[in-house]
Design a protein around this ligand. Structure first.
Ligand SMILES: [Zn+2]
Length: 160
């Protein structure tokens, strides 16, 4: 029972956990329960994977990287060897699809591990206040100041 709640003495690197599609905390439990569906929690250390939300980041990076690689290779091959067009179609499209499918899972696992290591999450405001109130600096959270042009702000708020 204690193995489910006690973190291991050393965690794997995010790259190692990602490439092996394993839990970012213990490096042993499986991260996925389907091809790209994350498990609810680690079966070994009990880490709750609800923090993980890489969104479309893995798809973007994978399609961009694989496309640059495959299209570059195809362009070089087409110029140097001038293969028939049917062979180009027969080779390039499966290479694009297969390449993306091959690296999508480890890249998603790696991004989840990076989220875990850096405790990354969705950004949020502490207090939005009313419309026109609040803002990017705590000094401007007064409606009296915000509604004035900066030249008329009190001296204690004005910045150099
Ligand atoms: Zn784990």
């Amino acid at each position: 029972m204690s193995t489910l709640t006690t973190p291991p003495p050393s965690s794997p690197s995010s790259l190692s956990a990602g490439l092996r599609c394993r839990c970012p905390r213990c490096g042993q439990g499986r991260l996925f329960r389907g091809f790209l569906t994350l498990a609810e929690r680690c079966e070994v250390c009990g880490l709750d994977f609800s923090f993980a939300d890489p969104a479309d980041g893995p798809a973007f990076f994978v399609t961009t990287g694989v496309s640059i690689l495959i299209i570059g290779l195809w362009a070089w091959t087409a110029v140097v060897f001038d293969p028939p067009i049917w062979l180009q179609f027969a080779a390039v499209f499966p290479a694009l699809i297969g390449g993306c499918l091959a690296v999508l899972r480890p890249v998603k696992a790696w991004l989840v591990a990076e989220q875990y290591v850096h405790k990354a999450g969705e950004g949020h405001w502490d207090d939005l206040g009313r419309h026109g109130v609040g803002g990017f600096t705590p000094d401007r959270r007064s409606a009296d100041v915000v509604n004035l042009p900066p030249a008329q702000w009190p001296d204690q708020i004005r910045r150099p």
